[in-house]
Design a protein around this ligand. Structure first.
Ligand code: ZN
Length: 438
């Protein structure tokens, strides 16, 4: 068994879930965006738990087809109504200010203010989450009930924000195993004051990385915390030559709500990661969904873009846009469920255990099936369907192309891992198959 399996003890899983919940609560209020001090503060907190290294990439750095944007920070942002009362104030909720709002200070009419406000009429008590990363503007997000109650008159708007030549911050860690091949685990870090998306992902990845950093491992594990889209693009630009080491992996996020586990396949659709992850979510959660790849969502879009096309899928509970509270102030800490977090952690650990234990097999007798009968591995008389053991031997021999191991052969064949294990041992003894590093 892979050392990762030792984490599957129930009490240990519960402890990890409790740590993740506590971390999510702690980082929830930080003013994250795709750049700035809120992300740095988040990464500093994570760095107290795990040995991550934060990388700062300067504004203007070309990254693939993009460039690192100006860094954004703010100190204050509020609106005074005609009576001089603060009717909107980012100090009360981090979602009130549109992300990347340019500085502004002025007196404007209600009509003009309305053109800078965002609300959700169908959810009158929720504040929406809005950003304007690549078009300079400013705005506020409010509940629709507050917006409707604003009296006519003159409003004073104060936004003390800065868009400066700074840097984009991401962090990574490598838990080194005996093999150089890597498993990539990545989560986005750019949403302010939203619990499930994305404090839950940051927290779950942090507690799992903490355990990985202490275990003897076969594969190596690359952990990446980066702002969505531009962060993954930046990481890929700086690791273009290294990503061929990625054997599999998961984009993680939205792991704390009560929705069913949802595995989204990689662009390849049937990679080792896809076979293993799809099987695990179905076994863990009877409501689980396995969905095909699509080019929207989170950073699987970048990892699975042509050229990279990494065998990296995505694990969430409810997917993006798949729960009513998504990208609103209703995605608050109350939405996080300890049992759901625990099950999400278990799913990731079971996936890692399977991948780490999935020793790739290579046939020593490729080009046609080897004759098993002369090696005592097959019945001499043909004519009826092969016995289970022979069946398993045929599966192992056929899949022994250096890219498959017992775990994913089990997923492909429907045969038990134990049976395939014993067939592969017999084939190794007969010199027909070699295990990686054996
Ligand atoms: Zn999001």
């Amino acid at each position: 068994m892979s050392s990762i399996g030792t984490l599957l003890d129930r009490r240990r899983l519960r402890g990890m879930a409790e740590q993740a919940m506590a971390l999510a609560r702690e980082i929830f209020p930080l003013p994250r965006s795709i750049t700035g001090d809120g992300v740095r503060a988040t990464l500093r907190r994570v760095a107290e738990l795990i040995p991550i290294e934060t990388v700062e990439v300067p504004t203007g750095t070309p990254v693939l087809d993009w460039e690192v944007p100006l860094e954004w920070n703010y100190s204050e942002a509020y609106v005074l109504d005609p009576q001089g009362r603060r009717c909107i104030d980012v100090a009360n909720h981090g979602l009130h200010l549109v992300g990347y709002s340019a500085p502004f200070n002025g007196r404007i009419s209600l009509d003009e203010l309305q053109t800078h406000l965002h609300s959700i009429p169908s959810m009158p008590d929720a504040i929406p989450y809005r950003t304007s990363y690549y078009r300079e503007s400013w705005g506020f997000c409010v509940t629709d009930s507050v917006r409707r109650a604003l009296p006519p008159g003159e409003y004073e708007v104060v936004i003390k924000s800065r868009l400066t030549n700074g840097s984009l911050s991401y962090a990574e860690m490598l838990a080194r195993g005996t093999l150089e091949r890597e498993v990539l685990l990545s989560t986005h870090t750019c949403h302010p004051t939203l619990a499930n998306d994305n404090c839950a992902g940051i927290a779950v990845l942090s507690v799992i990385a903490r355990e990985l950093s202490r275990l003897p491992l076969r594969l190596s594990y690359r952990i990446v915390f980066a702002p969505g889209t531009i962060g993954a693009i930046t990481w890929l630009a700086r690791n273009r030559d290294n990503v061929s080491r990625v054997q599999g992996g998961l984009v993680l996020g939205l792991l704390g709500d009560r929705g069913p586990l949802t595995y989204k396949r990689s662009r390849r659709g049937d990679s080792e990661t896809d076979r293993i992850a799809a099987g695990i979510v179905k076994r863990l959660d009877e409501r689980a969904r396995v969905v095909p790849f699509s080019p929207y969502g989170y950073d699987e879009r970048q990892y699975c873009s042509p050229g990279f096309d990494l065998p990296v899928g995505r694990l969430t509970r409810s997917p993006e846009g798949g729960y009513p509270e998504y990208h609103t102030s209703a995605d608050a800490l109350e939405l996080l469920d300890l049992d759901a977090i625990e099950q999400s952690i278990e799913a990731v650990i079971r996936f890692l255990e399977a991948l780490d234990g999935n020793v790739h097999l290579t046939s020593a007798a490729p080009f046609g099936e080897p004759r098993l009968g002369k090696r005592g591995l097959f019945r001499e008389t043909g004519g009826r369907s092969p016995s289970e053991f022979e069946h398993a031997s045929l599966w192992v021999l056929n899949q022994a192309d250096g890219k498959h191991g017992v775990t994913d052969i089990a997923e492909a064949s429907g045969l038990s891992a134990e049976l395939l294990e014993s067939a592969s041992r017999a084939l190794v003894s007969a010199g027909l198959v070699q295990g990686e590093g054996q």
